[in-house]
Structure formats: structure tokens, C-alpha cells
Design a protein around this ligand. Structure first.
Ligand SMILES: [Ca+2]
Ligand SMILES: [Zn+2]
Ligand SMILES: [Zn+2]
Length: 307
């Protein structure tokens, strides 16, 4: 119950009050109470109920038999793709791509062909992470049967695009792209570079001092604040241009990718963590590099999005 959105308080209150009213309105006549306590009626009722359960079990068994003989899943086209893996070219892979696109695992820019490419492999991995399947990147039997199950039409995943302010150095672009790939590999999110900065969901760049986010968000020269990002759905992530930015573990330098991992966490809605080793710790370490998330970061995002 605690998971119900606070905006729906009336959702579960009316049924309760209605039940109360009905119960109170039942006249306490002898007929009703006697019927339920009379042993022979109770036996009769129990036998009828048992028969009913048996009958429904029988018809269920019959139904699943027919189901096994003749697949009735709307996604049965996936059946003959069982065992497909990267490098394969099989008719029907195109439909698989459409399926994954429909449910939010691929964006519209996919190669619409029957070729099992790198992108399809990583997409299937994301699907397998999402459904707690073994991460094989291939269309193994378990993955196919999961995909064939009747499902809700609302997409599972969130695809976000990112763009860079003009003049962003290529080292930063590469580092941020790697950080997005790390988050993509561990969550139900997928990311790709936007066609233009304006159209991007997430906007990344460097700023110095007061850089247009308001005086409260001005950067502070070398040291102290190294970067910041805004909560969803704002999407802004800025590096302080006055820091010594580096790629990798360089003494005295701040690693672009490590900081990007942290700031992307904020872009997705995570706050700071106090768990040692978490990327979401507020302290940014100088001269070190981190290229993976901590279990605490992954748990945080799963809890936040209920995945
Ligand atoms: Ca600073
Ligand atoms: Zn800023
Ligand atoms: Zn932070």
C-alpha cells in the first residue's frame, strides 16, 4: 500500500467504506446465519466448491495443453530465432528489432535489417538485465520465452539522448560517452548521442564562474566544486572549467569519466550516498580513476525506478 502514489488516496479508500456499508446493511435474519452454520449445508457447499475447483483445474490443464501444441502468443515469430547470436543473419531479426523498439530497448535509428549486429547484442543484454536473466547477449531459450509472454504495452526502459555544448573537448566527449555506457550496462536506461545539442535530453558542457545557471550555481575557480548536475528532468551537467581535467589517474588531475559517472547519477535522480566505494559519494578524489559503479549505486537506481 505504501507504494501507491500519494496522488491516488481515493483509489483504495472507497472499496473499504463500501464493504462496511454492505455488511452493516445485511439484515441479521435467522435464515442467513442458520444456513452457514448448518453442517449438512456446509458439506454440500464444500463438495460443490471442490467439484468446481477440480473442473477448473481440468479445463486449465486442457487449455495449457492446446497452448503447448499451438503457440498462441502474439510474439510467436520469435520462436524460430532461438539460438541466434551476434553475426547471424536470419529472417525475422528485423521483427525482433521492431519488438525491442516498441518496448523501449532500441531507438528509431536502428538498422532495420535481419542482421544481428553489435547494437542488437547490447540491447538484448539490457533486456536480460531488466528481467534478471543470464546476461548472454544471445537469444537463448529463456530470453525468447520471456519475450513471448503476454505483456503490458508500456515500454520497460528509458532511452535518453545527450549532447555537448559547442567547444567541448573530444576527451570529455569520449569520457562522458564511456560513463553513459557504464550506466547503460547496469540499468534499464539506454543512451545515445543526440542529433543536436538543442534536442538532447541531457546537456553537457564546461562553465566558468557564473555560467548562466544563476548566481547560486556559479562555479568557484580551481578546487572545491568540480562539477554539478541538475535533478531530472532538467538534464544539465557542467564541469568547472577551472579544474585540471584529465583522462585516467593522473597526479593532481580530476578524471573526466569518474566525475561523469557521478554526475550522470544525479541526472537520473540519485542523491549522494555514504557507502564507501559508491560513485555517489560526494567527495571527488584527485589523481584516481573509476570506471565502474558500486552495488550501492545500482541498487539506488533500481529502487528509484522500481526495476
Ligand atoms: Ca571549482
Ligand atoms: Zn552549471
Ligand atoms: Zn554529487
Amino acid at each position: 500500500m505504501s507504494t501507491l502514489p500519494p496522488s491516488f488516496p481515493g483509489y483504495y479508500v472507497p472499496p473499504f467504506s463500501m464493504k462496511f456499508r454492505v455488511l452493516h446493511n445485511i439484515p441479521k435474519t435467522k435464515a442467513i446465519s442458520l444456513q452457514w452454520h448448518h453442517p449438512s449445508t456446509l458439506y454440500l457447499f464444500a463438495i460443490t466448491a471442490l467439484l468446481f475447483i477440480l473442473l477448473s483445474l481440468l479445463s486449465y490443464a486442457k487449455a495449457s495443453e492446446t497452448h503447448n501444441n499451438k503457440t498462441s502468443s502474439p510474439f510467436e515469430f520469435l520462436d524460430h530465432l532461438k539460438g541466434c547470436h551476434k553475426g547471424d543473419k536470419v529472417q525475422g531479426i528485423q521483427d525482433l528489432k521492431k519488438y525491442l523498439e516498441k518496448f523501449g530497448y532500441l531507438n528509431g535509428n536502428t538498422n532495420n535489417d535481419d542482421y544481428f549486429d553489435d547494437e542488437l547484442e547490447s540491447t538484448i543484454k539490457t533486456y536480460q538485465i531488466n528481467y534478471h536473466l543470464k546476461i548472454t547477449g544471445t537469444l537463448d531459450a529463456k530470453t525468447v520465452s520471456k519475450m513471448e509472454m503476454p505483456r503490458c504495452g508500456v515500454p520497460d526502459t528509458y532511452h535518453l539522448t545527450y549532447g555537448f555544448l559547442q567547444g567541448t573537448p573530444s576527451e570529455a566527449v569520449g569520457a562522458v560517452a564511456r560513463a553513459f555506457a557504464t550506466w547503460q550496462g547496469n540499468t534499464h536506461f539506454t543512451f545515445s548521442q543526440a542529433q543536436s545539442f538543442e534536442s538532447a535530453d541531457l546537456k553537457i558542457g564546461f562553465g566558468r564562474g557564473d555560467h548562466g545557471d544563476g548566481a547560486n550555481n556559479a562555479f568557484d575557480g580551481p578546487g572545491k566544486t568540480a562539477a554539478h548536475a541538475f535533478w531530472p528532468t532538467d538534464g544539465r551537467f557542467h564541469y568547472d572549467a577551472d579544474e585540471t581535467w584529465v583522462v585516467g589517474a593522473v597526479p593532481g588531475g580530476v578524471d573526466l569519466e569518474t566525475v561523469a559517472l557521478h554526475e550522470i547519477g544525479h541526472l537520473l535522480g540519485l542523491g549522494h550516498s555514504s557507502v564507501p566505494g559508491a560513485i555517489m559519494l560526494p567527495e571527488i578524489l584527485i589523481g584516481v580513476t573509476r570506471q565502474s559503479l558500486h552495488a550501492d549505486d545500482i541498487q539506488g537506481i533500481r529502487a528509484l525506478y522500481n526495476t
